[in-house]
Design a protein around this ligand. Structure first.
Ligand code: DNO
Ligand code: MN
Length: 362
């Protein structure tokens, strides 16, 4: 398990590289050029300057999250070819600087969705929360009109330009079925995976978060059967999954440890976090500790260990603790605590495996 930590870049993150390098066992940052719109080629000089900045701190840039997929690709529009070409050029550029994994997602319109970014837990910390009924009842177009009154209803996909285009996007997706989305994903992967392979980069799709349809939009990366289907769409080791325990784990039918056991050789990147589920379908993000949430993090880490996992892992989100002011879910403290919990499980499994000959420095 190679531990990495998401970093949004200088001036765009409250956490510093100096802090990241002091978290035990963290070897690199998970990054992106967040200011570039989906569909554009990432310029080499921007990539190189980011690399230089990170490497000064002894960290690497081997994992990118995300290179976002342009909406025209997901919609299967004729204009998609130009965006796929740009995607391929970005892969080549990233391959040149030693990137090994590109995480991306194929969710129409929105990335992850929550209804409250600062919901209080019993201990006074706050975390990302999802109220199922609130989303189910919501007419997104109506919501756009009222957005000013809903400052806490934030979605990462809701940058201003996209907001304006929302009505148009919803109309465009009206006739797109789940099967259409599968076809569009296949079209994309058939072109992109060979380039990824030539450049030594594993593509790793992120599951949908939450893993069910919202606002009537199709969502397909939701469960074990569909991950299996994705891996067969282009049956190549460079077509992989970012197995996100928090995204998949909010559906109680999903057993993430079981997925690790089944798909181990196609998981180049693990997102590890815990979530607590409520009977009405609401959920809240918790500390990584297994007993704090509904996902059996211990069994899942054991599954990675049993399979000799050598991929990258990051603590996905954390709570906001000790009064930290940070990007929602992306503070330093709780994610660092999560890492220590993960290493605790991992090291004890490692010690067991090696038997008595294990020594602290081996
Ligand atoms: C949630 C996060 C996601 C992720 C993107 C990847 O679990 O990990 O926001 O970064 O979906 O494309
Ligand atoms: Mn994730």
């Amino acid at each position: 398990m190679r531990m990495v930590f998401r970093w949004y870049g200088e001036g765009n993150d409250t956490v510093t590289l100096k802090q990241i390098r002091q978290i035990p066992g963290v070897e690199g940052v998970v990054w992106a050029l967040h200011d570039l719109p989906a569909g554009e080629e990432w310029p080499m000089e921007r990539i190189l300057s980011f690399k230089g900045q990170v490497e000064k701190y002894g960290l690497h840039i081997e994992v990118v999250e995300s290179v976002n997929v342009h909406e025209d690709i997901k919609l299967g529009r004729p204009t998609r070819d130009q965006y796929i070409e740009n995607y391929k050029r970005t892969i080549e550029n990233l391959g040149k600087v030693g990137v090994k994994v590109i995480c991306y997602n194929f969710m129409p319109v929105f990335d992850w969705i929550r209804t409250d970014l600062h919901k209080e837990l019993e201990d006074g910390s706050t975390a990302l929360f999802y109220e199922k009924a609130k989303v189910a009842d919501m007419d997104p177009i109506e919501l756009v009109r009222n957005i000013a009154d809903n400052p806490d209803f934030t979605m990462p996909g809701w940058e201003p330009e996209r907001l304006q285009r929302l009505t148009e996007l919803f109309a465009a997706y009206e006739d797109v079925t789940e099967e259409d989305l599968w076809d569009h994903l296949q079209y994309f992967l058939e072109q992109v995976i060979p380039i990824a392979e030539q450049n030594g980069i594993q593509m790793a799709i992120h599951p949908d978060d939450p893993p069910w349809s919202i606002f009537g939009l199709p969502r397909i990366m939701t469960n074990k059967a569909n991950i299996g289907r994705l891996l067969k769409l282009v049956d190549n080791p460079y077509n992989g999954v970012t197995l996100c325990s928090g995204s998949l784990g909010v559906n109680p039918d999903n057993n993430v440890a079981e997925m690790v056991r089944e798909f181990a050789d196609r998981i180049p990147f693990a997102h590890i976090r815990n979530v607590r589920l409520y009977e009405n379908g609401d959920f809240i993000e918790t500390s990584h500790r297994a007993c704090d949430g509904s996902v059996d993090i211990c069994d899942m880490v054991k599954a990675y260990h049993e399979n000799g996992f050598t991929g990258y892992a990051r603590p996905d989100h954390g709570r906001h603790i000790w009064d930290e002011q940070c990007r929602p879910g992306y503070g330093l403290y709780d994610r660092a605590l999560g890492i220590m919990y993960l290493w605790g499980i991992w090291d004890s499994l490692e010690r067991e495996r090696r038997g008595k000959r294990y020594a602290a420095h081996s």
